[in-house]
Ligand binder design. Structure first.
Ligand code: CMP
Length: 138
C-alpha cells in the first residue's frame, strides 16, 4: 500500500475547512494513518521546503506556512501519491480542474490550501520529516 504526505495549510485551517478536506480524503478511498495539528517554526518550514530554497517564492512560502496552525497527514491507498495530486488539483487554483480541492477551496498560488508529495522519494522524506515510525498506524 502506497503512503503519501499532505499538509492542510494555514488558509484552510483558518477557514474551518479541515473537516471538509478530510471528508474528501476519506471519501476518495484513502486511509488516514497519521495526523497532527501544529504551528510550524520558520526553520522547520525552511527545512521542509529546502528543495525550493533558490526559488524567488521561498521566503514568502516559508513565512506563510508559519502564519497559523497546519494539519500534517499521512494517508495510504494503491497509487496514493498520484491519486492525491489529482484530488488536490493544479498548484495554482486558477489552473485547477473542477471538483478538485484547490479549485473548490484555495485562494491563490500561495494560499493554495493543501500540499502533497510529488514522488516516492519526496513522500518518504516528507513523512519522516514530521512523523516517527511509531506514530504511523496502518
Ligand atoms: P506546494 O505543493 O506546497 O509546494 C510548494 C509551494 O510553493 C506550492 O505548493 C505553492 O503554494 C508555493 N508557490 C508559490 N509561488 C509558486 C510558484 N511560482 N510556483 C510553484 N509554487 C509556488
Amino acid at each position: 500500500m502506497e503512503k503519501t504526505f499532505a499538509i492542510i495549510k494555514p488558509d484552510a485551517v483558518e477557514r474551518n475547512l479541515i473537516g471538509k478536506i478530510l471528508e474528501r480524503i476519506e471519501g476518495n478511498g484513502f486511509r488516514i494513518v497519521a495526523m497532527k495539528r501544529v504551528l510550524l517554526t520558520l526553520p522547520v518550514a525552511q527545512g521542509f521546503y529546502h528543495v525550493h530554497k533558490e526559488r524567488p517564492f521561498f521566503k514568502d512560502l516559508t513565512e506563510y506556512m508559519c502564519t497559523g496552525p497546519v494539519v500534517l497527514l499521512v494517508f495510504e491507498k494503491e497509487g496514493a501519491i498520484k491519486a492525491w495530486r489529482e484530488l488536490m488539483g493544479a498548484t495554482n487554483p486558477a489552473d485547477a480542474d473542477a471538483g478538485t480541492i484547490r479549485k473548490d477551496f484555495a485562494i491563490d498560488l500561495e494560499k493554495n490550501s493543501v500540499h502533497g508529495s510529488d514522488a516516492r522519494d519526496t513522500a518518504a522524506f516528507e513523512i519522516s520529516y514530521f512523523f516517527s515510525q511509531t506514530e504511523i498506524l496502518s
